[in-house]
Design a protein around this ligand. Structure first.
Ligand code: ZN
Length: 245
């Protein structure tokens, strides 16, 4: 894993990222990759001297299977609590459906980069379904206040990609942007701050306006749900993503 700021570790699953917030012996995970990435998440924790049993909570940016499949596996294995924004709970619990399906991919299914991505993610759960009836809402905190979990992340609601998509402001000036703002994806031909293809999003029209929540974050580094970390101001990243269309 890569340490972006003190105690803020960035890890990669299969074309998706996750974060470990280390606070003494305790850890909070933000997202945990595909179901088939669970062993990679455990190996990543081992690489920084932590065990899955040290994870006090898994926060989810949103409940798409590439971010929560691994969370469901870790819950099965260790009983780790899974926490989501109250507006994301129905999706996380499997009561609402906000996931792109195979038909959404049909128009671009012939492209080599789509075929390569499908071949990779077929191995880790793209055809699976994840429902987490045990998912709980974030612990109560005043707006703008940190959650009472290791690493003290501050949730920032930025709905659009999903109904309760949440970014997190982390210690050391890092903002975890989830899929609201990414810096690359196998289906994209470019790198740098950008939006995901619209068909991945539940409310594509809202994905552009919701970026205001990220632009206002007091941070100097972005940790996106897909792509590499990016150094610079969130406002600049948002401007680049909007310009990229
Ligand atoms: Zn994603």
């Amino acid at each position: 894993m890569r340490e972006l700021a003190s105690g803020v570790w960035f890890g990669s699953g299969t074309h998706v990222t996750f974060l470990a917030l280390v606070d003494g012996a305790d850890v909070t995970l933000i997202d945990a990759g595909w179901a088939g990435d669970a062993d990679r998440v455990e190996a990543a924790l081992a690489s920084i001297g932590r065990r899955p049993q040290d994870v006090r909570a898994i926060l989810v940016t949103h409940a798409h299977i590439d971010h929560v499949g691994g969370a469901a596996k870790l819950h099965e294995r260790y009983g780790t609590p899974v926490l989501a924004h109250p507006k994301e709970l129905a999706h996380a619990r499997g009561e609402a459906h906000e996931q792109a399906g195979p038909l959404d991919l049909l128009p671009i299914a012939w492209r080599p980069r789509t075929l390569r991505w499908m071949a990779d993610v077929a191995r880790v759960g793209v055809l699976g379904h994840v429902a987490m009836p045990y998912a709980q809402p974030f612990p109560d905190a005043a707006p703008g206040a940190p959650l009472d979990v290791p690493g003290a992340p501050v949730p920032v609601l930025c709905a659009g990609h999903t109904s309760g998509h949440t970014a997190f402001l982390l210690p050391g000036g890092v903002v975890a942007t989830g899929d609201a703002l990414v810096t690359g994806h196998p289906l994209s031909g470019s790198t740098g701050p950008q939006l995901l293809p619209a068909f991945f999003s539940h409310d594509p029209a809202r994905t552009a306006t919701t970026l205001d929540a990220i632009a206002g974050a007091d941070a100097d580094q972005l940790a996106p749900g897909h792509g590499e970390p990016w150094r610079g101001s969130p406002a600049d990243a948002v401007a680049l993503a909007r310009a990229a269309g």
